[in-house]
Design a protein around this ligand. Structure first.
Ligand SMILES: [Fe+2]
Length: 177
């Protein structure tokens, strides 16, 4: 194992943190652009509403990231996030493949959950790095977004559960709604 000095490590982490924030900025902006299409594709008005609300929240998270950059005295440039690009391409494919299908909502919820867990993992790491590197204001803002992402993930998990129950035949073989 190579031994790096503490300042070397901190400088490396600082660079990593800023670059990862730039990818998160790209990811949130692209997600905000993709959510209206996902909302329109949903069969149930309830899911449309949740996805629209998530878009508003995502736009607020974009602004919060810009505040984080200014708290860290960094320019709020974005950098393409290949992972979010892939997740959104997958969501797009599902919309095409399952348009006018009874499984559209289940597919949208599943796509939204993958995106949400990806964001949770990202914000969790960013929050730790910001704390460790002595950026308390950025860390607080990242903690706030992390909590929102977790609440959203719980909401989509609950929707997935309802969706699964609705599509499971009752034990006596009759359909229940
Ligand atoms: Fe987000």
């Amino acid at each position: 194992m190579r031994d790096y000095s503490a300042p070397e490590l901190d400088a490396g982490l600082q660079h990593f943190l800023v670059e990862q924030l730039r990818e998160m900025l790209w990811a949130e902006k692209e997600l905000a652009k993709a959510l209206p299409k996902m909302a329109r594709a949903a069969n149930s008005p309830g899911l449309t509403q949740v996805l629209e609300a998530h878009r508003t929240e995502t736009q607020a998270q974009v602004s919060r990231l810009e505040d984080i950059f200014s708290a860290m005295e960094q320019s709020p440039r974005s950098r393409k996030c290949e992972a979010m690009d892939g997740l959104l391409a997958e969501a797009e494919n599902l919309i095409d493949e399952f348009a006018h299908s009874p499984v559209m909502d289940a597919a949208l919820i599943s796509a939204a959950r993958k995106i949400g867990y990806y964001e949770i993992a990202g914000y969790d790491s960013l929050h730790s790095f910001a704390r460790r590197l002595g950026h308390p204001e950025a860390a607080d803002l990242l903690a706030r977004t992390l909590e929102e992402e977790k609440t959203t993930a719980d909401l989509f998990a609950a929707l997935a559960e309802i969706e699964a129950q609705e599509n499971t035949p009752a034990p006596d073989g009759a359909h229940h709604h």
